[in-house]
Design a protein around this ligand. Sequence first.
Ligand code: ATP
Length: 242
Amino acid sequence: MPDLIEIDRLSKRFGAFTAVDDVSFRVAKGEVLGFLGPNGAGKSTTMKMLAGFVTPSSGTARICGEDVVDNPVAAKRHLGYLPEGAPTYPEMTVEAFLAFTARLRGYRGSEMRDRVAHAMGLTTLEGVRLQPIETLSKGFKRRVGLAQSLLHDPPVLVLDEPTDGLDPNQKHEVRRLIKQMAPEKAIIISTHLLEEVSAICTRAIIIARGTVLADATPAELAHRGPSLDAVFRDLTMPKEKA
Ligand SMILES: Nc1ncnc2c1ncn2[C@@H]1O[C@H](COP(=O)(O)OP(=O)(O)OP(=O)(O)O)[C@@H](O)[C@H]1O
């Protein structure tokens, strides 16, 4: 399977602080990579660099072979990105926001309407399509963000905490959707939920203080200790000085 995401020696410094430190990995079509780490580990910053919202200090990131710094428009064409938090334009209705995003993606007329309807169907938003985004619950807002990332059916998805704020039923639905899309795409999800990794990820990267500490299948990671939870703690908790 081809590598649709290629990250080589990527770093990001904010002043004297290094948020992402020499990170390299690849994600092939068919893989769902879980990006795990404690708060402040550098997950969102890495995803923002992939999405072109933060410029790397050094290293490269390519999506479907397109460098995100040198060819940002081409790279973004292949990418669906769900940022952390709620979608912008809170006063827009769900449908108007998705139509606006679809127009930005270059769709017009019936194709635009079909794309919006399909994305709302995938994320079960039809019931709230005429509601302003600001009046929605956190879980619904998250799903509007997800719908926006799926509009152009991109081969690469970078989803920053896709199930954050969802109730257990909604979590189940979003995980089902990710699994269903997985064979045709390369997907990265960041999460704090270790059960999510076992449920949908084919591979997991554990990152802390900007550095990759492990890159393996969930089963391989779980075998390194009594549980995935214990392995995560052992890798990411700062060690006591002797
Ligand atoms: N624009 C910025 N300026 C300065 N520091 C930043 C900036 N963006 C992020 N950081 C810092 O970089 C580090 C990594 O942040 P990042 O948001 O990537 O972590 P994360 O792993 O996504 O954390 P969380 O799980 O809490 O979302 C943090 O210490 C954060 O405060």
